[in-house]
Every structure is written in structure tokens, then in C-alpha cells.
Design a protein around this ligand. Structure first.
Ligand code: GLN
Length: 491
């Protein structure tokens, strides 16, 4: 039998359909891989009993021909998604041993379609971070290493567990969320494919909220096709989320292999940063050449407000976070640290329950929303946000189908290497991704090459609202040209 963990979802679907193996066998192979990879710290909760029960149930359905589009496929779930009767913590001490009595809409759609849950994946605390180092369960290890070096590298964040687990063949795909880059940046750091859908495409119901006007769920997978397969199950209207949009979910997989001839692809000049590593520049040029060879037309475009995106994001996101996180008070659920008064109970609980980065965001957010500063910071940032959105609209109005940029300004870095003295050093990771969230657009990160030290690098494609299909078509062109990248197993 072929190695059951190295297949793509598309291959596993075919194998399950023609009875080459069962979902239980596939699930057991992944559970064994997870057990052997605990040093990566990608899974923070393994649910083997539940996984096997789900696999057995789906095997019985497959025999009757009632499988569903994800029948028998083992997945990992970011710990930001509420899973019924399974501990959900957002990797924060403040949620303690919270066990939700409900299931998030996105995960319930995956189970509806026959997927199997292997367990919960590590992430930055409340999804705040770019390296998975803010998790209360400790950092996730990237399965990639620099050539000839044993240095432990971060997988990116906040969906670091998802990216690491998918890259290390611990699950066939994973759920993730992206508020400013948390799907695309870890995908780029681990040579996986990450899709941040249009705002409103996937329901946010049952996902721990970080910044509600920016948060979107999406998949991380090993190929563009697999990410399209997962997206179809994750997307869709949900009356429980008023920001979810009532539009038909297309067959995303059908977009794979569609011709991109004649498509206009924008290259934004503002994304060419001073001091950008030559390797990233080269990758970008190469990516443009691949799309051109496939018949697309490359045009230079301008997104003039790009330089304000990061500062505006780091006002809007903390403002929303400070408001969303007000609910963690030690009274209703999660951690409770007693005090002599109710006020002291709040203070003690929040001081002990939140990590440093989360506390920083709550303080920044509260500050920019406070009387006297609201107009100067929050309102101004919202205006900038409108201008950023308009930059993209102007660009699309000129007939541009998608925009090509690097996914990250560097390859994966070492644990403890960034942000210690200055948090902005960490925030700069999101320079190419936050604009997309600010504008509510879809984006995909696709592995495109390696740096001189053998670490993966990714390219990003940004699309028109609700035109994820074009991103899948273009993404596959990049994937075909670049080839696929797998880390050498050392763990
Ligand atoms: N790294 C960014 C932040 O820390 C984005 C995080 C995310 O997308 N969840 O806010």
C-alpha cells in the first residue's frame, strides 16, 4: 500500500472511492504520524477515539455510496474553532478547559461532508501573532530547517499548528483563520497552500473572535486543488452570522486547469520594498513570467495607500480585539482568579489569563477607542481603510483580474529571533497580507520556490471580491511551474 499520509486529498478521495483503503486505515496512519511528531507541538489536543468513531461511521456510509465530498478525509482543526464537547481554548490560559456545547458552522459543514477530526491545532493566543510563539501551549516547530542547520524555526502564525501539521503530513488539510495574514504567512513559511476567502464567504459563527471585521476562516492544504476541495465545504451562507453572504458556493475544484489566457495580472509597484531580499524579488519576477507563459498579461498597477495599511491595521485590529475580549472576565467561563471585590476578580483573572501580546493589544485598542483619541486614531484608521479598499477597486475597474505579490518579506525565522525588543519587527511580517483583510478581498498563498538556505517561499495572488475561482486557476499555474516542496523528515 502507498504511504497513506503523503497522498493529497484528491488522491485519498479516489483511493477511498475505489476501496484501496478505508477511512479507518487512513485515520490510523495519521494518528500514528501525529504521535511520532509530538516534538513539533502542532496538535495541542489529539482526539483519537473520536477520530476512529467518525472514520468507522463514514466507512459504513462509503460502502452504501453515501459518502459526501470529504468522506473519510482526516483533518486538523485550529483551536480557534469551537468543537462540541472538545476543549477549545484559542491557546489562551483565560479559556482554561472550556468545552463548548456547540460546534462552529465551518467545522460542522466539514463533518456534514464526511471529514474526520484528528484533533485541535496550536495557534498564537487569540490568533495574535506571526510566529505561533504567543500560544499558552508553547511555540510550534516548523518541519522545515535551514540546510545543514538544526536551528528550530517558527512555522509562522497565527495558524502555525495548521501549517506545520499539513506540511509534516500529520493531517491532509486543516482549518485556519486569517485576520491580517494568519493563513497565508504560515502557508508561505511551510510550503503549503493557504486561502483567505473574501470577507463573508465563510461563516464566523463559533470561531473565537479576534477582530470581527477582518476575521475569515479558510483552508491550509498541500495543493491548490486540495484547498479548493476544502473551500467548497467551508464556504456558504449562515443565518447565524449576519456578515456571511448569501451567494451560491461554486465548485471551486472546477476552476483548476481553466485557462488564464488574456487575464490581466497586476504587479503593484508599492510592494517593491527597500531592502527586500533579492531572493523574494527574483521569486516575484519568476512568478510573473510563469503567468505570462500561461497566456496572462502582466501590467504594473499602483496601490498608493499601501504604506498606511500596517499602521492602520494595528489600530483597527486591536480596537476590535479589546472590545471582543471584554467578555473574558472570569465570571462566565474559563479561568477565574478570585479577588476581594468583583473588580479585583476581573483584574486578577485578566492579568493572569492573558499573555503579554494579548495584553498589549487590549491596551492599544482601549487607548485608540477612548474619548479624546478616538478621532485621532480609530476614525482616521477607518478612513485609511476605505482608501486602501478604493485602491484595489480602481485597479480592478481597469480590468485587472488578480494581483501578484510576494506572500512574505522573508522566509521562516528562528524561534525567539524576532520581536523580543520591538514588537513592530514581528508586525512587519504582515506587510503584504494585511491590505487584503482591510479591503475584505480573497487571497491565496502558493509555494513558489526556496531561498539560498533551502527554506520555502510563497507568492500571493489577490482577487476580486468573491472571485476565489480565478485565484485557484492562477494558483495552479504557479504550482505547476514551481513544483511541490516537502520537508526532509527529521522529527
Ligand atoms: N499577525 C497578525 C496579527 O498579529 C495577523 C494575525 C491573524 O491574521 N490572525 O495581528
Amino acid at each position: 500500500m502507498t504511504d497513506l499520509t503523503s497522498m493529497t486529498i484528491a488522491e485519498a478521495k479516489a483511493g477511498l472511492a475505489n476501496k484501496s483503503f478505508t477511512s479507518l486505515e487512513l485515520t490510523d496512519a495519521h494518528l500514528a504520524a501525529i504521535e511520532a511528531a509530538r516534538s513539533l507541538n502542532a496538535f495541542i489536543l489529539e482526539t483519537p477515539d473520536q477520530a476512529r468513531a467518525m472514520a468507522r461511521a463514514i466507512d459504513a456510509k462509503i460502502i452504501k455510496g453515501e459518502g459526501g465530498p470529504l468522506a473519510g478525509i482526516p483533518l486538523g482543526i485550529k483551536d480557534l474553532f469551537a468543537t462540541k464537547d472538545v476543549r477549545t481554548t484559542a491557546c489562551s490560559k483565560i479559556l482554561g478547559n472550556f468545552v463548548p456545547p456547540y460546534e462552529s458552522t465551518v467545522t460542522s459543514q466539514l463533518w456534514r461532508d464526511g471529514a474526520v477530526m484528528l484533533g485541535k491545532l496550536n495557534n498564537d493566543e487569540f490568533a495574535m501573532g506571526s510566529s505561533n510563539e504567543t500560544s499558552c501551549f508553547g511555540p510550534v516547530v516548523n518541519p522545515w530547517r535551514r540546510e545543514g542547520s538544526n536551528t528550530t524555526l517558527v512555522p509562522g502564525g497565527s495558524s502555525g499548528g495548521s501549517a506545520s501539521a499539513v506540511a509534516a503530513l500529520l493531517c491532509m488539510g486543516a482549518t485556519a483563520t486569517d485576520t491580517g495574514g494568519s493563513i497565508r504567512q504560515p502557508a508561505a513559511f511551510t510550503a503549503t497552500v493557504g486561502v483567505k476567502p473574501t470577507y463573508g464567504r465563510c461563516s464566523r459563527w463559533g470561531i473565537v473572535a479576534f477582530a470581527s471585521s477582518l476575521d475569515q476562516a479558510g483552508p491550509i492544504a498541500r495543493t491548490v486543488r486540495d484547498s479548493a476541495i476544502l473551500m467548497r465545504s467551508m464556504a456558504g451562507h449562515d443565518p447565524k452570522d449576519t456578515t456571511s453572504v448569501d451567494r451560491t458556493v461554486p465548485d471551486y475544484e472546477a476552476a483548476i486547469g481553466k485557462s488564464v489566457k488574456g487575464m490581466k495580472i497586476g504587479i503593484p509597484k508599492e510592494y517593491r520594498l527597500d531592502g527586500m531580499p533579492a531572493e523574494i524579488e527574483k521569486l516575484w519576477t519568476e512568478g510573473a513570467a510563469w503567468l505570462k507563459a500561461a497566456g496572462a498579461e502582466l501590467v504594473e498597477v499602483s496601490l498608493p495607500h499601501t504604506k498606511y495599511a500596517l499602521p492602520a491595521y494595528y489600530i483597527v485590529a486591536p480596537a476590535e480585539a479589546s472590545s471582543n475580549l471584554a467578555r473574558y472576565d472570569g465570571v462566565r467561563y474559563g479561568l477565574r482568579v478570585p479577588g476581594r471585590s468583583i473588580g479585583e476578580l476581573y483584574q486578577n483573572t485578566r492579568a493572569e489569563g492573558f499573555g503579554d501580546e494579548v495584553r498589549r493589544r487590549v491596551m492599544i485598542g482601549t487607548y485608540v477607542l477612548s474619548a479624546g483619541y478616538y478621532d485621532a486614531y480609530y476614525l482616521r484608521a477607518q478612513k485609511v481603510r476605505t482608501l486602501i479598499k478604493k485602491d484595489f477597486e480602481d485597479c480592478f475597474a481597469k480590468g485587472v483580474s488578480a494581483i501578484l505579490t510576494p506572500a512574505t518579506p522573508s522566509a521562516a525565522f528562528g524561534v525567539g529571533e524576532k520581536g523580543g525588543a520591538d514588537p513592530v519587527e514581528m508586525y512587519l511580517n504582515d506587510i503584504f497580507t494585511v491590505t487584503v483583510n482591510m479591503a475584505g478581498l480573497p487571497g491565496i498563498a502558493v509555494p513558489a520556490g526556496k531561498d539560498a538556505q533551502g527554506l520555502p517561499l510563497g507568492l500571493q495572488l489577490i482577487g476580486r471580491p468573491f472571485d476565489e475561482e480565478t485565484l485557484f486557476s492562477l494558483g495552479e499555474v504557479v504550482e505547476q511551474a514551481a513544483g511541490r516542496f516537502t520537508p526532509q523528515r527529521w522529527w
